[in-house]
Design a protein around this ligand. Structure first.
Ligand code: AMP
Ligand code: MN
Ligand code: MN
Ligand code: MN
Length: 288
């Protein structure tokens, strides 16, 4: 079976492979297509697309954005097949970046108040690009000896509800989906299976989001069991959503998740790509 991976991160956000390195890894793994979906930024896409061109591997430009859905938890939305040069998208992602730039010193201040000796420059030294996320804070906290593992750093300090947690800007789902569609992309709910909701509530949420502009669900995912995958594929068919899939590969900072194979069980069939492309074409036609 030909395989694809439609959810991956590079050094442009919190992954450890540079965009071209990631594309080479996907090529070596024999993938049919790879989507690069860094958090809040498209800055790795030009390099990835150029490397894909060189190797003859289809690279799909993407992004992953946190959105507000009026629940205790926010959700992550993937935008697939978007135009990185779209002005509306650039403006929207610029707002997220500005919010991070306000947030990062606040996290440092809270950590300092907790008696942890850490500076923003130390955190920045773990980032490959302009974007600083809590993933980099976690690495810096381990580096400073304030936590034994990154997971402990989240649990003790920077996870939601913990003492050094600072929220960042999130837009409602409808606006987030609008930003992606305006750039010609397909907005997809990322990793629905890790949203902490019982199955009927998760189904109700996806049904509501489908009415607010969502176009797909990531049914194939590293952390989804066979039953979750099956339920999401069936729900997508009922709601007229496309199905996507990916590993959420981050490289060495999440070493147990492999490109394309996730935790070992993941297989995203290349056959799902044609329906996603049809949806992309429909979104672009409706936007005209
Ligand atoms: P941010 O976008 O700055 O809020 O940071 C979110 C990133 O931190 C995610 O993309 C994950 O890579 C990582 N992350 C978030 N929550 C956790 C957690 N509980 N444990 C480990 N990593 C996490
Ligand atoms: Mn991440
Ligand atoms: Mn995510
Ligand atoms: Mn991700």
């Amino acid at each position: 079976m030909e395989l694809i991976d439609l959810h991956t991160h590079t050094t442009a956000s919190d992954g450890t492979l540079a965009p071209a390195e990631l594309v080479r890894a996907a090529h070596r793994a024999g993938l049919r297509a790879l989507a690069v979906t860094d958090h809040d930024t498209t800055s790795g896409l030009a390099e990835a697309l150029a490397e894909g061109e060189k190797l003859g591997l289809e690279v799909i430009p993407g992004v992953e954005i946190t959105a507000e859905v009026g629940l205790r938890h926010s959700v992550h939305i993937l935008g697939l097949f978007l135009d990185p040069e779209d002005e509306g998208l650039k403006e929207g992602l610029g707002r997220f970046m500005a919010s991070r730039k306000e947030r990062n010193p606040k996290i440092v201040a809270k950590l300092n108040e907790l008696g942890i000796d850490i500076t923003l420059d130390q955190v920045k030294s773990y980032a490959g690009g302009e974007l600083i996320s809590r993933a980099h804070f976690a690495q810096a906290l381990v580096g400073r000896g304030a936590a034994a593992t990154r997971q402990e750093a989240f649990n003790r300090y920077i996870g939601a509800g913990r003492p050094a947690y600072v929220p960042k800007l999130r837009l409602p789902l409808s606006e987030t989906a609008g930003l992606i569609k305006g750039a010609g992309g397909v907005p997809v709910l990322a990793h629905p299976g890790i949203i902490e909701l019982p199955p009927p509530a998760l189904e109700a949420l996806i049904t509501r989001l489908a009415g607010e502009g969502l176009e797909g669900v990531e049914a194939y995912y590293s952390e989804h069991g066979a039953a979750m995958q099956r339920r999401l594929i069936a729900l997508a068919a009922r709601l007229g959503l496309v199905v996507t899939g990916g590993s959420d590969f981050h490289g060495g900072c999440k070493p147990d998740v492999r490109l394309a194979y996730g935790r070992g069980e993941l297989r995203v069939p290349a056959g799902i790509l044609s329906a996603i492309k049809q949806r992309r074409d429909r979104i672009r036609k409706e936007a005209r």
